[in-house]
Design a protein around this ligand. Sequence first.
Ligand code: NAD
Length: 240
Amino acid sequence: MVTGGSRGIGRAICLALARAGDVVAFNHFDPDESAAEETLELLEAKGVACEGQRFDVSDPEQVRQYIDHLVDTYGRLDVLVNNAGITMDALMVRMSLEQFERVIRVNLVGAFVCLQAAAKVMMKQRSGCVVNVASVVGAIGNVGQANYASSKAGLMGLTKTAARELAARNVRVNAVAPGYIETAMTEAMPQRAQEAMKAMIPMGRAGQPEDVADVVAFLCSDEARYLTGQVVHVSGGMYM
Ligand SMILES: NC(=O)c1ccc[n+]([C@@H]2O[C@H](COP(=O)([O-])OP(=O)(O)OC[C@H]3O[C@@H](n4cnc5c(N)ncnc54)[C@H](O)[C@@H]3O)[C@@H](O)[C@H]2O)c1
């Protein structure tokens, strides 16, 4: 299951995880179904079974219902990718409490709710893998993103704690921290901020959703079987 899988990085993760015989499920909270439908078509073209549903990842009841539905239908849950995320940027002194709380609620509380529901299933199975999508700004901060950077730093702490609590049950929990990736989220940033971010990338190019998705797929694979509690920065060297 991938949260926020309708577009951008989440869609690329769905596609990177899609292997014959698997079921890829995702959720989203877009105003309409058009991007989600496109993702489903791309997954079907790869020959995997798939489904998508619209609900708010920060609503614990809906998350529980959906994870229950997946386990009832398919019998198990091997992978959870907490990718859903939003921004509501403003300089810290001007940021409203509502702006701060909403971003924490979706990005951090939402991930916690999904992780908790999935962990119960995975602990029983004695296998599973979780990847949280954090951000480079959770490690270095960013002007205008007090809410977002706090949520992403929180995700890193959540990742390490869950990794310690679940390791003995053969459940691995890692995070990726993307840098500047070209998606609808970064397209919405003011042009000046986009240029400033790009200027911070040693590799000299913006990232693509697939750059992140391939690392997520690796973290979920058997090749990464001895890897847990790590935050892998996928940022062209923005953070090192
Ligand atoms: N684009 C970047 O440069 C960048 C950098 C670092 C981290 N990230 C993180 O990567 C993740 C994906 O970002 P993106 O750039 O693809 O963004 P995007 O805006 O293109 O896609 C976000 C996805 O999350 C879903 N979503 C939003 N709010 C939700 C909610 N309340 N419940 C369920 N789903 C919800 C949307 O429907 C969509 O599917 C986010 O967590 C983001 O913070 C992105």
